[in-house]
Design a protein around this ligand. Structure first.
Ligand SMILES: Nc1ncnc2c1ncn2[C@@H]1O[C@H](COP(=O)(O)OP(=O)(O)OP(=O)(O)O)[C@@H](O)[C@H]1O
Length: 557
C-alpha cells in the first residue's frame, strides 16, 4: 500500500479535513523551527562574538521563549487533531464496512472471524498510522523544503550536502517497505485465520469435547499462534534493523554537513552566526524523515487492515432494486439456486404460484431445497436462474429493505440475542406495548414457561438465547413473528422441536394468524402439512422428469 492510499480519502472523508489541518500545522511548525534556529544562532553569536549582556539579548530570549511555547502548542494541536481524526476515520470505515457486509449478504462477505477482526482490532491499528505516521509524513514533505529554503541563501555548500543526502532516506525506506509489506499482509492474514478458528472452536467446544477432539483443536490453535509469533518477530526484526540504519544514515549526513562547516569556519570562509544556524537546522531537516521511517512499522498493521477493508468495500454488491415493495401473487418462475463449489443444485427448478391469503406448505425430502426457496423469497439468496415475481414485479428490482418490511420470518434455527425475552420478541416491532408482547407470547404458546421464570418477560438471556430449551427458543421466535404483523409470513418448520400438545396449540395459532395474510412454511410433519390450504412439492418434479427421461432413454435403448 502507498504511504497515503487515495482510497482512504475516498472512503473516509474525515481524512481530507485531517490532511488540510495537518499541512497547516506542519507549515506553522516548520516556520517555528526555522525561527527558533535563527533566534538561537543570533543570541549565541551576540553573546560570544559581541559580548552582549543579558539586557541586550533579553528581546531575543523573550522571542525564543514565545517560539518554544508556540512549538509546544502546535505539537499539542497536532496530537489532538490526529487523535480526533483517527477516531472519525475509524468510525467512517467501520460503518461503511458493516453496511457493505450487510449489503453483500450472508456468505458473500467472507468468513465472520475475518470481518470481526477487521472491524475491531484491524481498524484500531489505524491509530498509529494517523497519530504518528501521517503527521510525520506531512512534516517530512514540508520541513526539509522550508529548512533548505532558509539555508540555501546563506550557505549553498551545506544546502547542497543536505539536498544530496536527504533523498537517501526515502530511497532506503522504500526498499524496506517493499520487504515488509508482504510480511505485514501475511501477519494480518494469520491473525484473521486465528480469530476465525478460535471462534469456531469456542462455539463447538462441547461437541469437540464429547467426541474427544478438543485437544487436537488446541494443538491447531497453538500451531497457528506459533506461526503468527514467528511472522511478528520477523517483522519486528526488520523494523529494528531498519531504524538502526536510518538513524546511521541521518547521523552520518549531519556529520558531513558539520565537518564541512567546521573546515570553512576554521578557514574563515563562514561566519559564526551562519555556521550555528546551519548546524542547528541541519538535523531538523532529517528528523521528520527519520520519524517517518521509525513509525512506518507501527502503522503497517493498520495499513494492511485498511487494504483488506478497501478490498472488501470494492467487492461489488449484487445489483438490488430500489422499487417499493409490491403485493399480489408470488410466482417462482423456473427458479434454481446453485451454491459456489457445489455440483448439485441446492434448489432444483421450482415453478409455483402462491396467491395472497393462502397458507402454503413447501414439502419434499430433507435437503431438497425448501429452506433455500424461502431464502430466495426473503431476498437473502439470489436465484442462479429464473426469477421470483410479486404482483408481476421481479423481486430483484425491489428494494430489499422495503421487501423485508413486508415479511416476518421464522428461520429453522432461530437467532436470539443477549437481552430480555421481551426485547427478543420486540425485535420486529420495537414500539410494541407490553400487552401486545404478552399476547404474542401467549399465541406462540410461550407465556406459560415465561411466567414460570423468576423475572418473566424481563428474564435476561445469554448469547444466542442461552438459558432456553430448543422448543422454548422456537416459541419465543414465533412470538416475534406474530408480533411483527407482516402481510407475508415465512415459517421454516415452525413446530420442529415441540411435543404433540404444544404443537396443537401452535397450529391453531398459525391458522388464526394466517387470516388476511399469506403464509409460506416448510413442512415435514403430517400435522403441519394438513394445516395448509395447499402444498408445493420442492425438488420432486425435476426428479420425476429426470426419471421419466432416463426411463424413456432406457426403453429406446
Ligand atoms: N450455503 C450453502 N452452501 C452450499 N450448499 C448449501 C448451502 N445451503 C444449503 N446448501 C445445500 O442446499 C441443499 C438444500 O438445502 P436446504 O436447507 O434448502 O434443504 P431443506 O429442503 O430445507 O432441508 P431440510 O428439510 O433438511 O431442512 C442441501 O443439499 C444443502 O447441502
Amino acid at each position: 500500500m502507498k504511504p497515503l492510499d487515495p482510497r482512504l480519502l475516498r472512503h473516509a472523508r474525515a481524512t481530507r479535513t485531517y490532511l488540510v489541518l495537518s499541512v497547516a500545522l506542519g507549515v506553522a511548525l516548520a516556520a517555528l523551527v526555522v525561527a527558533q534556529a535563527t533566534l538561537l544562532a543570533d543570541g549565541i553569536t551576540a553573546v560570544y562574538l559581541h559580548g552582549a549582556d543579558v539586557h541586550r539579548i533579553a528581546p531575543t530570549l523573550a522571542w525564543l521563549a514565545a517560539v518554544v511555547a508556540l512549538r509546544a502548542a502546535v505539537a499539542w494541536a497536532q496530537e489532538v487533531v490526529a487523535a480526533r481524526s483517527s477516531a472519525a476515520v475509524k468510525h467512517q470505515l467501520r460503518s461503511r464496512l458493516l453496511a457493505h457486509v450487510a449489503a453483500l449478504g450472508p456468505g458473500a462477505a467472507g468468513d465472520s472471524g475475518k470481518v470481526a477482526t477487521l472491524a475491531t482490532r484491524g481498524l484500531d491499528a489505524l491509530d498509529a498510522y494517523f497519530a504518528r505516521y501521517l503527521p510525520q509524513l506531512v512534516l517530512a514533505a514540508l520541513v526539509p523544503v522550508i529548512v533548505l529554503a532558509r539555508i540555501a541563501p546563506v550557505d549553498l555548500v551545506a544546502a547542497g550536502t543536505v539536498a544530496l543526502t536527504l533523498p537517501l532516506i526515502p530511497v532506503f525506506m522504500a526498499l524496506v517497505g517493499l520487504h515488509t509489506e508482504s510480511a505485514n499482509r501475511r501477519q494480518f492474514r494469520l491473525l484473521a485465520r486465528l480469530s476465525h478458528h478460535f471462534l469456531d472452536v469456542v462455539a463447538g467446544l462441547p461437541t469437540l469435547r464429547v467426541f474427544g477432539r478438543a485437544r487436537r483443536q488446541a494443538g491447531i490453535i497453538a500451531r497457528i499462534s506459533a506461526e503468527q509469533r514467528t511472522v511478528t518477530m520477523r517483522t519486528l526484526r526488520v523494523a529494528f534493523l531498519s531504524s538502526l540504519v536510518l538513524e546511521l544514515l541521518a547521523t552520518l549526513s549531519v556529520a558531513l554537513v558539520a565537518v564541512g562547516i567546521g573546515l570553512r569556519l576554521v578557514d574563515g570562509g563562514l561566519g559564526l552566526a551562519t555556521a550555528l544556524l546551519v548546524l542547528i537546522l541541519a538535523p531538523e531537516a532529517y528528523l521528520p524523515l527519520r520519524q517517518v521511517g521509525a513509525n512506518y512499522h507501527a502503522s503497517a498493521e493498520g495499513l494492511a487492515a485498511a487494504t483488506e477493508v478497501f478490498r472488501m468495500l470494492d467487492t461489488p454488491v449484487p445489483p438490488r432494486g430500489a422499487a417499493p415493495a409490491p403485493s399480489g401473487v408470488i410466482r417462482f418462475e423456473g427458479v434454481t439456486v446453485r451454491h459456489d463449489g457445489r455440483a448439485e443444485a441446492s434448489l432444483p427448478p421450482l415453478t409455483a404460484e402462491i396467491r395472497p391469503g393462502e397458507l402454503v406448505a413447501l414439502t419434499g425430502p430433507s435437503g431438497c431445497g425448501k429452506s433455500t426457496a424461502l431464502a430466495v423469497l426473503l431476498g437473502l439468496t439470489a436465484p442462479t436462474t429464473g426469477r421470483v415475481t410479486v404482483g408481476g414485479h421481479d423481486l430483484a428490482g425491489v428494494s430489499p429493505d422495503a421487501w423485508c418490511r413486508r415479511v416476518a420470518w421464522l428461520p429453522q434455527r432461530p437467532w436470539l440475542s443477549a437481552g430480555t425475552i421481551a426485547d427478543n420478541i420486540r425485535l420486529g416491532a420495537p414500539g410494541a406495548t407490553d400487552t401486545a408482547v404478552r399476547r404474542a407470547a401467549e399465541q406462540a404458546g410461550a407465556l406459560d414457561f415465561i411466567d414460570a421464570l423468576p423475572a418473566g418477560l424481563a428474564t435476561e438471556l445469554g448469547d444466542d438465547g442461552a438459558g432456553l430449551s430448543a422448543g422454548q427458543r422456537q416459541r419465543v421466535a414465533l412470538a416475534r413473528v406474530f408480533l411483527r404483523d407482516a402481510p407475508l409470513v415465512l415459517l421454516d418448520e415452525p413446530t420442529a422441536n415441540l411435543d404433540a400438545d404444544t404443537e396443537a396449540g401452535i397450529l391453531a395459532a398459525i391458522r388464526a394468524h394466517a387470516a388476511g395474510r399469506t403464509v409460506v412454511m416448510t413442512a415435514h410433519r403430517a400435522t403441519l402439512v394438513a394445516l395448509a390450504d395447499r402444498t408445493i412439492l420442492v425438488g420432486a418434479v425435476p426428479d420425476l422428469v429426470t426419471a421419466a427421461v432416463a426411463a424413456a432413454a432406457e426403453a429406446a435403448a
